[in-house]
Design a protein around this ligand. Structure first.
Ligand SMILES: Nc1ncnc2c1ncn2[C@@H]1O[C@H](COP(=O)(O)OP(=O)(O)OP(=O)(O)O)[C@@H](O)[C@H]1O
Ligand SMILES: [Mg+2]
Length: 417
């Protein structure tokens, strides 16, 4: 292996022993080559621009600019470089911010040799894929920044993301709540809408209870203003995500029409960066309205034959429903590697790529649902949390691709309806 074929690594850390220890650990790996050591965030950015490493190992706490800010800057300037955060912080907020800033992975300090090397190899593969994809330099305006993935044309509106499965119980509400808390931060406001009008449980999943529901907006669909909206929404105390709850009694569901629902979604996207819609498995008019208004539809399946059968039926009619391939992200949830129906087989059989695979993790997901605390607000080092982050990343990438392709007029027409 020539030195160019090796994975080129830059280490950014303010503590000399840490830099040295990592460098020493890596020197025995034939496929890894440490090409630079930076002592501060600024130095890291400068060296990244100069050396264009495949992988950057980045500390978070540094005396000048922190690792998250440096990550954001490097992703803007050297998009192919893949950043792995190394941090003593176990605070999930830090981790989430790092990933949204564009970090590819993170490890808690001190990582084991195996953890470190496999993270570098994974990131190395991603870097090569990025370089192959972008043999042309990417114009700056096309790069999506973590906290603002929704600019389009002259106006900017939030993105609507609907989470749907044609089979009940596959994890729509679990994924919708966790996507919402992951995307939400100080610069990016997220609203989670429960469109499962009869038996919606979004508020329960977040351990919140309010007085008002979607009916209080649909009944005023023609006279909405930000104050009315604000008075109806519930704020999730643990994350700041806003919730538009389902009606509190199933019989009230019939008071909501698809037309009113579409109107309120169009209004709400003007107020929030992301509007995430959780759905029921039945294709009601309201579910169809949500799908119709969405920038991206996340279609969930599990490995169960009934879920797979329904996903197939849905994919078969998706074109007739006007869901362009580009708006669809197919996801496998509750993945159990002991079961022979693998994501690869499903993908091949359906001729539909799978954008994310979320593992079955009963010991984390079930208690998190029962406590009303999304697992993305807990330990981010668990495989289920990492998988959810890659789903969020896939959503952001897809949205970026769509807005790059949309003509400005078309973007405004789709958004404004
Ligand atoms: N990756 C996972 N690992 C383990 N358990 C999971 C996973 N995803 C979801 N679950 C569990 O599956 C159950 C159903 O999930 P959820 O309520 O999110 O599904 P749903 O599609 O919204 O169902 P419904 O059709 O009732 O709305 C929950 O108890 C949840 O804890
Ligand atoms: Mg649900």
């Amino acid at each position: 292996m020539t030195s160019e074929q090796k994975i080129q690594v830059l280490i950014v850390d303010d503590i000399p022993e840490t830099r040295e220890n990592i460098r020493k650990l890596l020197q025995f790996e034939n496929d890894i080559n440490v090409i630079g050591l930076a002592r501060t965030g600024h130095e890291g950015i400068e060296l990244a621009k100069e050396l264009k490493p495949d992988v950057i190992l980045m500390d978070i706490n540094m005396p000048d600019i922190d690792g998250i800010t440096a990550t954001e800057e490097i992703k803007r300037q050297v998009p192919a470089s893949q950043i792995v955060i190394l941090s003593v912080q176990s605070d999930p907020n830090y981790m989430r911010r790092a990933m949204l800033a564009g970090a590819r992975d993170y490890l808690t300090k001190p990582p084991t040799v195996d953890e470190l090397i496999s993270a570098i190899r994974r990131a190395g593969v991603m870097a090569q894929a990025e370089i192959a994809k972008t043999s042309q330099p990417i114009p700056k305006q096309k790069i999506v920044s973590g906290s603002n993935s929704y600019t389009s044309g002259m106006m900017s509106y939030g993105k609507i993301i609907t989470v749907y499965s044609p089979k009940g119980g596959t994890g729509c509400t679990t994924l919708a709540t966790n996507i919402a808390v992951t995307l939400n931060n100080d610069d990016t406001s997220v609203l989670l809408v429960d469109s499962n009008l009869q038996f919606g449980d979004v508020a329960i999943f977040l351990n919140e209870q309010g007085k008002f529901s979607v009916i209080d907006l649909t009944s005023r669909a023609d006279e909405l203003d930000p104050e009315v909206v604000d008075s109806v929404l519930i704020k999730h105390s643990k994350s700041g995500v806003k919730i538009l709850a389902a009606p509190y009694r199933p019989e009230h569901a019939e008071n909501v029409t698809a037309e009113e629902f579409t109107k309120i979604l169009r209004y709400l996207r003007q107020l929030y960066s992301y509007v995430i819609v959780d759905t029921s498995s039945t294709l009601t008019d309201v579910t169809l309205a949500a799908i119709d208004a969405s920038d991206v539809v996340i279609l969930i399946t599990t490995q169960d034959i009934p879920a797979i059968k329904n996903a197939r039926l849905f994919l078969d009619v998706s074109e007739a429903l006007g869901i362009e391939q580009q708006r669809l992200l197919f996801v496998m949830n509750r993945y159990d590697k002991r079961i022979g129906i693998t994501p690869e087989k499903v993908s091949e059989n359906f001729k539909q790529s799978i954008s994310a695979v979320i593992p079955l993790e009963d010991r984390i997901v079930v208690p998190s649902v029962n406590r009303g605390l999304p697992f993305m607000l807990g330990d981010m080092s668990k495989p289920v949390a990492k998988a959810l982050l890659s789903l969020v990343e896939a959503i952001r990438e897809r949205l970026a691709e769509i807005s790059e392709q949309q003509e400005p007029e078309l973007a405004i027409r789709n958004i404004g309806g």
